[in-house]
Design a protein around this ligand. Structure first.
Ligand code: THU
Length: 129
């Protein structure tokens, strides 16, 4: 199934608008495409302890899994700044739990973008096998 990147990007941008980032003011939106074609979004949710903060990508994955999805085709991640940010190491590992062959589109609202394969971003992901 081909990815409707413009729909996924629009969903990520909408999620970025819901980011709760009063400490860093760094707002992130993510939109995860399930194998069945559903789009599940996430935003970063910060916390006064800082350590309890959850990134946008993990919010999306946890929400998707809680809704019964475990197979993902792609994720779009939007960040502000000159260059798109890439998912942090913890998020890469969490995404890889469900397969490393998904596409990861990182973009900015101004139009900078880069597509990666998750296996490129996290080669040799940890597994218990
Ligand atoms: N953040 C994400 O949402 N995703 C990432 O991959 C990296 C960082 C968030 C966490 C925190 O709310 C803010 O960006 C600054 O680190």
């Amino acid at each position: 199934m081909s990815v409707d990147w413009s729909a996924l990007k629009a969903a990520a941008l909408a999620a970025q608008g819901r980011a709760y980032a009063p400490y860093s003011d760094y707002k992130v939106g993510a939109a995860l495409l399930t194998a069945g074609g559903e789009v599940i979004t996430g935003c970063n949710v910060e916390n006064a302890t800082f350590g309890a903060t959850c990134c946008a990508e993990r919010t999306a994955v946890f929400s998707a899994v809680a809704s019964g999805h475990r197979s993902f085709t792609a994720i779009a991640v939007v960040t502000n700044g000159a260059e798109p940010g890439t998912p942090c190491g913890i998020c890469r590992q969490v995404l890889a739990e469900f397969g490393s062959d998904m596409d990861v589109l990182c973009f900015t609202p101004e139009g900078a973008e880069q597509v990666y394969r998750l296996s490129q971003l996290l080669p040799f992901a940890f597994t218990l096998k």
